[in-house]
Design a protein. Sequence first.
Length: 284
Amino acid sequence: MTDLTRELEVLGPDDVHVFFFHTSQIAGDPLVRACEALLTDEEKARRARYIFDKNKLEYLATRTLARTTLSRYARVAPEAWRFTPNQYGRPEISGPDGAPRLRFNLSNTVKLVACAVSLDRDVGIDVEDSTRSGETVAIADRFFSDQETKELRALPASRQHRRFFEYWTLKEAYIKARGMGLALPLDGFSFLLGREDRDPRDGRGPRVGIAIDPKLEDDAATWEFEQFSPDADHFAAVAVRKRGGAGARVTIRRVDLSVDRGAVSASASAWASASAPGGSPGAG
Ligand SMILES: CC(C)(COP(=O)(O)OP(=O)(O)OC[C@H]1O[C@@H](n2cnc3c(N)ncnc32)[C@H](O)[C@@H]1OP(=O)(O)O)[C@@H](O)C(=O)NCCC(=O)NCCS
């Protein structure tokens, strides 16, 4: 059973905490069984419907990450959380009664899953496996804004792959933070990358800007974005809505799963505070 007397972690109003782990961690009977025990009957049924084992594992990993992450901040057992999707499919917390106003967003790939959590702030996260095959610039023509496609095409071929995934993850993180997914037109907003100016807070990377078409009814100035590479194969981006002009403090941690008296234990160690993709991870 989960220890509900443990110390809770603090999530301040300006904090966004990001957690990730590699799905390959869920191996061996005791851990697999402990993770399965966190799922509701409905989740177990959904997992069973996946044909391939790799997708079953991805689903189990995502549920495990979401539930153990939320339980860091509330005296709620990981298996007790209940979720209801909004009209666009984004899960939000719907139980148990009295749970704090946590917001979270999930992203999963076959090899890696990630979860961003905040206190009552719009937040979205996207992770992509950059090793998968596909004609990147051709895809950009279909999904990116004209400005983004133009900037991408103007780059030397050697830089296009990385830039493509930067755009992709940022665009997905934004539409996920809005909670609307592909109901938002992907060419209705443009990311402004590669600018020379540095973030005055700590100079850790080029600032990411966004321009939003008025028809999307959103204020570009209220958003900020972080990018990071959980490993050499994956790109990730986080979108956070500022509150009252206050910027967000994004911290990233890698989760290590183990089994403790039959229950999942999810310890987390510091990754980087936030670094541009390709940047080296910080010490833990
Ligand atoms: C569903 C969508 C919100 C994200 O899809 P995705 O990038 O394939 O998947 P991710 O792993 O990043 O995110 C999936 C998770 O996001 C959450 N999610 C679902 N709908 C969401 C929504 N409307 N808003 C925010 N999050 C949502 C869910 O938790 C989901 O995981 P779950 O079903 O296991 O609970 C949507 O943007 C989509 O279908 N994208 C397809 C990719 C694409 O064509 N992109 C165009 C190029 S930029």
